[in-house]
Design a protein around this ligand. Structure first.
Ligand code: GDP
Length: 337
């Protein structure tokens, strides 16, 4: 065994025993972009993926900053733990690429959940690597599952691309909205709404109760006009409040029904299989781009073509083809050296 394999094996054993430090180190490893770490991470993820565990519930949760995601996850996560579940919370955090705050940066987030023995809240992902973090979130999910967490919540800020990526790696997608946000659902948000299996009008308490009712009616109407993503489920809209605990049980009831449908219809198997396939091709794209970028001659060649594309001398499609051809011939040459 190589030292790399040994390291992966030690982490693997720790993760399976439920050792949180091993889990944290494992996730740091899969988030790393260093090439020696990549090979350790591959060993580790493969071992974890082979662990015979009951299929866990992978649930994505999105909403704009301030809508109440962390407060909701804290309250809802505690409810799940009290029902005997083990809950992990991961985040895809596009804000970390910017200078501003990270959605998981705030130390006071999820105070109870983050110290509960049956929960694992992953702190902020490494800064400035959105692509990497989102790509490796599926690996992190697999690690927490091997560690015995049966519900995995993946949190993301509602700003676009990260939603599509997250919805490709979870079984259910939940959208949190503010009371009174019905108007926003034109345009951008609508795309996100189409991904949602459950929409929660959050903060349905105090003087937001009435606006929450109105927004729920609006959203429910809008949902009627959409084509459901699943055969076994029609998307629903519920009001809830993390502050008062209102409807949190109903939210869980809906989630259970949703998964019952997926399980009984056999849709779940197909969904997971399709996700695996999608991620395989994402990886192919990513690896190929990585290799093209790593080849200095090809990179220089591509750079020089960019000018011709800018000036309109060479159409982009043709330039792309030349870059790929250049890469392939350089690859073949290297093979024969
Ligand atoms: P995030 O940015 O989506 O994670 O939002 P936070 O969970 O940090 O919440 C943003 C603000 O909304 C905070 O001031 C919370 O106290 C408040 N908030 C969160 N949940 C509720 C709720 O259920 N009811 C009310 N009234 N306020 C809430």
């Amino acid at each position: 065994r190589t030292a790399h394999q040994k390291k992966a094996l030690t982490l693997f054993e720790g993760i399976c025993k439920g050792d949180r430090r091993a889990l944290a180190r494992g996730i740091t490893l899969v988030e790393s972009t260093r090439s020696d770490h990549r090979s350790d991470a591959r060993e580790l993820v493969s071992a974890c993926a082979r662990m015979p565990r009951p299929r866990s519930l992978r649930i994505g949760l999105t909403g704009t900053p301030g809508v109440g995601k962390s407060t909701f996850i804290e309250a809802f996560g505690m409810l799940l733990i009290n029902k005997g579940h083990r809950v992990s919370v991961l985040a895809v955090d596009p804000s970390s690429a910017r200078s501003g705050g990270s959605i998981l940066g705030d130390k006071t987030r999820m105070q109870d959940l983050s110290v509960a023995t049956d929960a694992y809240v992953r702190p902020s992902p490494s800064r400035g690597s959105l692509g990497g973090v989102a790509r490796n979130t599926l690996d992190s999910i697999i690690l927490t599952e091997a560690s015995g967490f049966d519900i995995c919540l993946v949190e993301t800020v509602g700003v676009g691309q990260s939603e599509t990526m997250v919805s490709d790696m979870v079984d259910m997608f939940i959208l949190l909205l503010q009371p009174g946000s019905g108007d926003e659902l034109q345009g951008v948000k609508r795309g996100i709404m189409e991904l949602a299996d459950l929409i929660i009008i959050n903060k349905a308490d105090g003087n937001l109760e009435l606006p929450a009712k109105l927004t729920r009616a609006e959203i429910t109407n809008a949902l009627h006009l959409m084509i459901p993503r699943r055969k076994s489920w029609t998307p629903k809209c519920l009001r809830a409040s993390a502050a008062t605990g209102y409807n949190l049980e109903r939210v869980w009831g809906s989630i259970e029904k949703y998964f019952e449908g997926l399980r009984e219809s056999g849709e779940w198997d197909g969904l997971r299989a399709a996700q695996q396939e999608k991620w395989m091709w994402r990886e192919v794209n990513h690896l190929l781009m990585g290799r093209i970028n790593a080849d200095e001659a090809v990179r220089a060649f591509a750079k020089s073509l960019e000018e011709n594309v800018w000036s309109g001398e060479i159409p982009p499609g043709i330039a792309a083809e030349r870059v790929v051809d250049k890469f392939l011939s350089s690859y073949i040459l290297q093979k024969h050296e």
